[in-house]
Design a protein around this ligand. Structure first.
Ligand code: ISJ
Ligand code: GLN
Length: 835
């Protein structure tokens, strides 16, 4: 018997591949996925191929089934003539489209349901035969009403605010069934049965109509599984030509135990402060374990730089002024990712320490815009800054914070001299750190880090802080909520940038990193200076890791509560275990399962941790863990997963593509996200990789001059249940991570004064014309009056002695009132938002 086949039509949703995995699991059919507008622009173009499928599954997706852009070919599938007709199962947008096609209506819900759970009432027959209780996850803003006689309702939810909402329907004569909820969500219970029932009904219809499914014709170009990057390279008629890397295929290493030797002390031994380029990934808190220092070598270490939109990648040697360009034509076929796959393939090595995750390889960051480009979303005109900024690290030091073991490793041929001398230096440093007489016992780390900056400035430092204006941010939250109620998005991670400008002379970037590291020890901390960009990160969030043997893990965070003496863990758990916070987390969790299912296929994705509260230095966070296995049979690498899952879902919202487009329009005046919202980490020559999300971080571009302008991004997920004020406060809590942004509170008792210059939006920061969000309705017109900003009637008091608001540069903008400063520093615990 031939394997059955299902055609899945994806409306650019972020849950489609979960559906595909569920279909494979429940039907054992091979699932072929196409988009609503590609490769077929119309149902009639697709029709000749339908004889090769047992059934079609359509939806879910953003938008409205009446919009061609949102529904594409789906709307015509219901009207195929009898000769081409076949069973169809619709999900969410699919149900709405079915109802529209046969006399029903689609309207907005009074209260939208995104990531929320309902118990479904059904008759227990047909599609719901033997289904028992169905606990259903819903992601919808719109709902369908039956009309005419052709359709029959099968299931309903009863919402306190919306009344009876149709949850499933079927066509009385044709083989069409559909559900409004999401059977594929991790939190939906009892839904495999419904998919199995659909399949049984579909097969029966095919039998009764003597429909024999034909083999796939030769010109069917869609594959049940996408080709991996390496397969794409193999398929190309042109082969990649590489300058053969001057590295050894076998990792050389020496190991030692040096418990207590601080990672930062090793960096100082390597003269981090005087280095133009330096890379440190530091596990400064649990669950982080390994810290990795890239020991970069002038004239040898290769730097990779790529700007999204370019048709080439730039390669240069550390310390050498000239760069060479690799054109991204064949075999890379305009894809930086195919270049990376081929670059890493040529550098595979073996023989490293089994326990060490990194044996040498690429370290650095990929910006948010790399991900935007991967989603085929056009980028506006922009500065040519590195979006991919990586160094190929031949020599490295890996510190295991659990055991105190240190691995010194090299890929440079015959490098034992370097290895041994480095081991001796580390040994000496360790001995020194143990000698009681060498130094007095170190004061608490924050005080040391702070003192170093105070000594540097000698007198009180007055950073200028240009923060987004509260009113504007709250207006943007409401803008986001319009897209949530029109069905264009289920969750939007809104962000904004703050600029902190430190007075001259600049303290060293390393001393700032130390302060950040001390104040906010994070599992994915990073200090990175590469190709004119500095990144100081104290990220708590792992984006993606993959091990040598194909174990994949993602740890999305959604749900944040600030720590304070009165905020106990139990209290945080109560605040984070609310429907609002859980829905936020669930949406991203389902989105990440989808990203992973796309590459790993059914049966290889699991959720070992479903929404647990984790404690960090300054916040409690709700964290889920998703794991996967790269099947040994597939020519897949971690790079395939990275390439298809950026930007991180927790930084976009769902569905990812539409949400990124909306955020691009809303955040447009704020320049671009750049390094913030991207990922920082490594890919090792052994095949392993680990990437964290660049949040709770500060970065600067050398091309902005020496005045010490640091950029900080912060934001949070906006859902229908968010309150604009709650989101604003959450953004501020996250911003607080970076030392100077907390000003007086941080160093007040040390006589450190901070002057805040309150800049409305960023309009007054040169080159940063923040556009008015209220004027941004054009892109996704939802036909409403501009929202009023009346939820924050806080009076503004002028601070004595400071100038009145004047237009101009950041220093002449309206000063923040003294009372405002205090208020923003007393951060209240987040309470669950009200709709
Ligand atoms: C947007 C940020 O954080 C993201 C949003 C979170 C949330 O909405 O709770 C939590 C962690 C991150 O995924 C940030 O820190 O700037
Ligand atoms: N998940 C979906 O398919 C959502 C459909 C539609 N965009 C809505 O919001 O109602």
């Amino acid at each position: 018997m031939t394997q059955p086949r299902i055609l899945l039509v994806d409306a650019y949703d972020s849950f489609t591949h979960n559906l595909s995995a569920q279909l494979e699991r429940c039907t054992k059919a091979e699932v072929h996925t196409i988009h609503i507008d590609a490769p077929f622009q119309s149902a009639s173009e697709l029709a000749p191929f339908l004889a090769s499928f047992d059934a079609i599954v359509v939806g879910p997706g953003p938008g409205h089934p009446e919009n061609n852009r949102d529904i594409g070919i789906i709307k015509d599938l219901w009207h195929l003539d009898l000769a081409h007709r076949l069973p169809i199962f619709g999900v969410c947008l699919g149900l709405q489209s079915l109802c529209l096609a046969f006399g029903g209506r689609v309207e907005r819900l009074r209260t939208v349901k995104h990531g929320l759970i309902s118990t479904i009432r059904h008759e227990g027959e047909g599609l719901f035969e033997g289904a028992g209780d169905v606990i259903a996850v819903r992601y919808h803003s719109l709902h369908a009403r039956l009309g005419g006689v052709e359709l029959e309702g099968l299931a309903w939810a009863k919402d306190p605010e919306n009344g009876e909402v149709l949850m499933a329907a079927k066509h009385r004569m044709r083989p069409f069934w559909a559900v409004q909820y999401h059977p594929e969500s991790i939190c939906t219970e009892g839904s495999d049965r419904i998919v199995e029932n659909f399949w049984r009904l579909a097969c029966r219809w095919n039998r009764e109509h003597e429909r024999e499914v034909a083999p796939l014709p030769r010109d069917w170009a869609v594959r049940p599984r996408e080709l991996s990057l390496l397969e794409q390279l193999q398929e190309s008629s042109v082969k990649a030509v590489h300058r053969l890397p001057a590295i050894s295929k076998t990792v050389q290493r020496v190991s030692m135990f040096a418990r207590g030797l601080d990672v930062r002390r090793i960096c100082e031994m390597l003269e981090v402060e005087s280095k133009r380029e330096f890379v440190l990934l530091e596990s400064a808190a649990t669950p982080g374990r390994w810290s990795i220092i890239g020991v970069l070598t002038p004239g040898m270490t290769e730097l990779i730089r790529y700007t999204a939109g370019d048709s080439f990648v730039e390669l240069s040697k550390l310390g050498e002024p000239t760069a060479s360009q690799v054109e991204l034509q064949l075999p890379y076929n305009a894809s930086m990712w195919r270049f990376m796959a081929s670059y890493m393939k040529a550098r595979e090595a073996s023989g490293g320490e089994a326990d060490s995750p990194f044996w040498g390889g690429l370290m650095g960051y990929l910006s948010y815009e790399v991900g935007v480009e991967s989603l085929s979303i056009p980028l506006p005109r922009r500065k040519r800054r590195p979006d991919v900024n990586l160094a190929f690290v031949e020599r490295s030091i890996v510190v295991d914070s659990l055991t105190g073991e240190i691995h010194v490793q090299s890929l440079v041929p015959r490098d034992s001299e370097w290895l041994n001398s480095m081991k001796i230096r580390l040994q000496q440093e360790h001995d020194l750190s143990l000698t009681p007489s060498a130094t007095p016992p170190p004061p608490p780390a924050v005080a040391t880090a702070t003192a170093s900056i105070q000594t540097h400035y000698k007198e009180p430092c007055k950073p200028t802080i240009a923060k987004p204006l509260g009113e504007r941010y709250r207006a943007l939250v409401r803008e986001c909520q319009k897209y949530l109620s029109s069905g264009d998005s289920y969750e939007l991670c809104l962000t904004a940038r703050t600029m902190v400008s430190l007075p001259s002379p600049q303290p060293s970037e390393w001393s700032l990193y130390n302060l950040l590291r001390a104040r906010n020890p994070a599992p994915y901390a990073a200090y990175l200076r590469l190709q004119d960009v500095t990144l100081l990160s104290s990220s708590p969030e792992r984006f993606l890791s993959y091990s040598r043997n194909g174990k994949v893990q993602l740890r999305p965070i959604k749900g944040t509560v600030k720590k304070s003496p009165s905020m106990t863990r139990a209290h945080a758990e109560a605040l984070l275990n609310t429907p609002k916070e859980r829905a936020e987390n669930l949406m991203i969790l389902d989105l990440i399962r989808h990203d992973l299912h796309r590459i790993l296929g059914a049966g290889n994705v699991e959720v070992p941790q479903l929404m647990r509260v984790e404690e960090y230095a300054s916040v409690y966070q709700l964290v889920s863990v998703i794991e996967g296995n790269i099947p040994t049979s597939a020519p897949l690498t971690g790079l395939d997963i990275l390439a298809t899952s950026l930007p991180p879902g927790s930084m976009t919202g769902a569905p990812k593509k539409r949400s990124v487009e909306i955020l691009q329009a809303l955040e447009a005046g704020d320049e671009e996200r750049g390094v913030y919202s991207g990922v920082v980490g490594y890919m090792s020559v052994c095949g392993a990789g680990d990437w964290s999300v660049v949040i709770r971080s500060a970065y600067r571009y050398d091309d902005e001059g020496d005045e010490g302008r640091w950029w900080l991004g912060a934001g949070g997920a906006v859902t229908a249940l968010s309150s604009p004020q709650g989101e604003w406060e959450e953004m501020e809590v996250k911003l607080e991570t970076f030392p100077p942004s907390e000003g007086e509170a941080m160093l007040g008792d040390k006589g450190w004064a901070t002057e805040y210059h309150w800049v409305p939006g960023h309009a007054d920061v040169p080159g940063n014309g923040m556009a008015d969000p209220l004027a941004k309705e054009a892109a996704y017109d939802s036909g409403r009056a501009p929202p009023r900003d009346d939820d924050n009637p806080r009076p503004r008091v002028q601070r004595q002695g400071l100038p009145e608001k004047k237009p101009g540069g950041p220093n002449t903008a309206s000063p923040r009132a003294a009372s405002d400063i205090e208020e923003s520093l007393i951060l209240r615990p987040l309470s669950p938002g009200k709709p």
